[in-house]
Design a protein around this ligand. Structure first.
Ligand code: GLC
Length: 440
């Protein structure tokens, strides 16, 4: 078991870390089985969906669970589904979990361990596919996905692909940007070093620095750009203790010490970051694409006064982004898999995908959405967003990814709050990542 899983992590990393590269290799591998980074992983005995069951499922109500509906898209999907299907006897309800990705995972795990059908469909973060599939908590949706694999942008599709099977239907993809307040700066700097330098004199930068999954993303964007890694090439050991990772963390920690970022960022998740940003006090914000629409409400003090730019490069290194996003996964404990699939299919439909991008600035998973004229008008950076998705790097693919991430964000947060030095934090995370890897 231990060796087999080590090999699968290695295989995932061997496809270059870029999900796009994994996606295309799996496509050329053909047959929906087997190709790509995870071909060594096997999940046997899973329940397999009947793709045509969504056409005429038993009447009923589907319970959809997701994180806090900060954008309104969660209520919109349920409302739209009910508008379209209630007359046929099909309904959906929304259960909101907390804003923190870690807490959403914990909530879903509790229910699955109790074999509960509280969440027929769960909006699963792209990083949980390996873990949830290995636990046999998800329906294998390969027969459904294989009907139209070419419909999806390869990067988000690859995030539901594990062990040669597809365990979800992509809902939204995700990438982060540098937001800049046009009253304070006229353009976004081209390096992280310059972002921090300008932030110091022009109003500061806010980002997600609380100890949770978001901080892993925020840190890895700088670390990968600096040339750092999480695991070694064969995925068997940590490669976290490197001068590149120390450099990235030093820039972030010095940024707080020197006043480029407020100390409070060490407690911010996405909602707190938006709250700070919309006060109008700050020059820069690192946040995901959803914030473009969400932070432009009538109460926002930056309404109409900000623009977005692709993430900058790291001096002496290159550029890097982290691939985010969510997928509809179907619980094996649902009593109505056909209706659950109908809901997931509706989420991924061209009409709802367009609404997601146009109205909520969330990254659609259908490529054509990005070139529609009204979308380009509402979301001027739509072409850059599509490009960012295909260039973004995946976080390590592993059933113990949550433990790896915890080692990263806890220690990174300790360095940001000044509890420990960047060198010591990176070293400690390195040893904790090795311990996590040795548990399987
Ligand atoms: C966003 C991303 C998700 C990531 C999370 C971290 O929701 O889409 O992939 O894990 O932020 O906070």
């Amino acid at each position: 078991m231990s060796r087999r899983l080590a090999v699968l992590v290695a295989a995932a990393l061997a496809c270059g870390g870029t999900v796009a590269a994994c996606g295309s290799s799996s496509d050329s591998g053909g047959g929906g089985g087997g190709g790509g980074g995870n071909k060594e992983a096997t999940v046997t005995g899973a329940k397999v969906i009947n793709a045509s069951s969504m056409n005429n499922p038993p009447k009923g109500t589907i319970k959809y669970c997701q994180g806090k509906d900060t954008t309104g898209a969660g209520n919109a999907i349920v409302d739209d589904f009910n508008k379209k299907f209630a007359s046929q006897g099909y309904k959906a309800t929304l259960t909101e979990f907390p804003a923190s990705a870690d807490q959403q995972r914990a909530q879903f795990i509790q229910r699955q361990q109790a074999k509960s059908d509280d969440c027929d469909v769960f909006s699963s973060d792209v990083i949980w596919t390996a873990e949830f599939a290995s636990q046999k908590w998800l329906y294998d949706l390969t027969p459904y996905i294989n009907q139209a694999r070419e419909k999806y942008i390869p990067a988000p599709l690859e995030t539901v692909h594990y062990g040669g099977k597809y365990w979800g239907v992509p809902e939204t993809s995700d990438a982060a940007f540098i937001y800049y307040n046009t009253k304070k700066v006229s353009s976004a700097p081209t390096t992280w070093q310059d972002v921090y330098a300008q932030a110091k004199s022009k109003g500061g930068i806010v980002y997600q620095g609380a100890p949770y999954e978001g901080l892993t993303c925020d840190f890895l964007e700088l670390a990968f750009a600096a040339g750092g890694q999480v695991l070694n090439a064969d995925g068997t050991k940590s490669a976290f203790n490197s001068p590149q990772n120390v450099k990235a963390l030093t820039l972030m920690a010095d940024g707080i010490k020197g006043g480029s970022a407020p100390k409070a960022v060490t407690t911010y998740m996405e909602p707190e970051t938006d709250q700070a940003w919309t006060s109008g006090k700050y020059a820069f914000m690192r946040n995901w694409t959803y914030a473009y629409a969400a932070d432009n409400s009538s109460e926002s003090k930056v309404k109409g006064d900000y623009k977005v730019a692709p993430l900058p490069s790291f001096q002496g290194g290159g550029k890097a982004g982290i691939l985010g996003g969510h997928n509809s996964v179907i619980s094996v404990y649902t009593k109505n898999p056909g209706l659950a699939l109908k809901f997931a299919d509706f989420y991924a439909s061209p009409a709802f995908q367009k609404k997601l991008l146009l109205k909520y600035s969330q990254a659609a998973i259908i490529p054509d959405t990005y070139s529609e004229a009204d979308v380009k008008k509402a979301i001027p950076y739509a072409p850059e967003l599509l490009q960012a998705l295909s260039q973004a790097k995946a976080r390590p693919v592993s059933p113990v990814y949550p433990q790896i991430s915890q080692a990263i964000y806890k220690n990174v947060n300790d360095a940001l709050t000044g509890k420990t030095s960047p060198e010591a934090a990176i070293k400690k995370a390195d040893s904790q990542i090795n311990s996590a890897l040795s548990t399987f």
